[in-house]
Design a protein around this ligand. Sequence first.
Ligand SMILES: Cc1cc2nc3c(=O)[nH]c(=O)nc-3n(C[C@H](O)[C@H](O)[C@H](O)COP(=O)(O)OP(=O)(O)OC[C@H]3O[C@@H](n4cnc5c(N)ncnc54)[C@H](O)[C@@H]3O)c2cc1C
Length: 448
Amino acid sequence: MNKQITIVGAGLVGALLGTLLAQRGFAVTLFERRPDPRTTGFLGGRSINLALAERGWHGLRLAGLAETLQPLAVMMRGRMVHARDGSTNLQRYGRDDSEVIWSINRGSLNMALLDAAEAAGAKIHFGQRLTNVDWDSATLQLADEAGAAHMHQATTMIGADGAGSALRSAMAQTIDLLERFDPLDHGYKELEIPSRDGSFAMEPNALHIWPRGNYMCIALPNAEGSFTVTLFLPNRGDPSFDSVNSAAAAHALFTRDFADALALIPDLEHDFMHNPTGILGTLYLQHWHLDGRALLVGDAAHAIVPFHGQGMNCGFEDAVELAGLLEADGDDMGAVFAEFEKRRKPNANAIAAMALENYVEMRDSVADAHFLLMRTLERELAQRHPGRFVPRYWMVTFSRVPYTLAFERGEIQTAILRDLTAGKTELAEIDLAQADRLIEQRLPLLHV
Ligand SMILES: Cc1cc2nc3c(=O)[nH]c(=O)nc-3n(C[C@H](O)[C@H](O)[C@H](O)COP(=O)(O)OP(=O)(O)OC[C@H]3O[C@@H](n4cnc5c(N)ncnc54)[C@H](O)[C@@H]3O)c2cc1C
């Protein structure tokens, strides 16, 4: 087999997909807008580090990269919740250190994936930005960094060019993709807690959260000892990116709401004023492909808000699914793309919904006594009914059960938890016999 596949975008998903397809004998060509990060340094973009979970690791294992990347990743055992008074409380994600998530640097991950794609035989052209597609002649129109135009013929194009996908825009000239972008009325800004002479200024093995109701800060560790802090604020109102619009206002916000973090962020004022404010939202498309000619994957098809730390993980699952389908039947691209869309779109919609819900949980509920009672009961029921009452976070993060199933079972479980905890303040008050009955009735065994 030597079928040609052209991928637009050699970011996280494009580079993994390129690797998996080249390993399966496809002749893969990638076009990437940015220069080669391995020679010029990584030019940032969105979020400096990312939470990597089981779905992401699975894709990296298939690409043969798990051993290379494991030493670069920092274990996060749970949420370290910072109260206003500076006290902290670790809420573990799982039962032990096999149920954790990992913080990894986006640049290092992307560079390892580029190495793997090339080693598998993919050809990557850097500094080549897709500007348009001539569908009649099946030609990609590209521009290099000096603006010079290049043409590339391609019968099969895959768009892994992110939320602002140029391939998506080109496809939309031919078919109505029924695209909808739901902006979140909150944005984000990245700040830094530097390392203290090579060691961490806070507990390294946790995802730190400062929940403040309608807004929050989080911090993820970097392997060399620093933390990347992300402030999420509404775009309007008080406080918001609109009202906190000077170095002094940023300092005042942190003094009031994030005092323990402020003490660790020496460049707060500078970074707040110079780092861009990122926009967030959810992208929905009715159609992900143009017959057998073009398909969208990763953020280009389904960008989501980052509050479940699953955007990349979900995109990696796309890459694994698509590589499997193409390997099984690479002759009928139209059928493969339709099947891919049928399998992945409901899952993308499910994680999009769960990611939106998780924002409320992170910024607000984690500090709420009733929520904590529900979490305690959830653990108790998970222990009493292994394989039947399985926390949604576990299904999304530590397993590869379809997101749709995690969502559906999660709804049932939340309803059970709400019923059982209504009007209660502690675990001892809960009718566990009733809990057992509800679970037996409503939750079939989950086959992981
Ligand atoms: C603040 C924030 C935090 C996040 N945290 C997490 C997390 O913890 N865990 C997680 O799983 N996900 C997280 N995500 C989501 C994650 O960043 C994305 O889901 C992931 O980057 C998607 O990968 P991608 O390859 O589809 O797109 P991208 O990473 O956007 O890559 C697209 C690539 O295409 C290139 N490109 C763009 N346009 C063109 C063009 N016209 N021609 C050629 N090349 C082009 C770009 O240069 C880039 O290299 C976060 C996102 C944000 C915003």
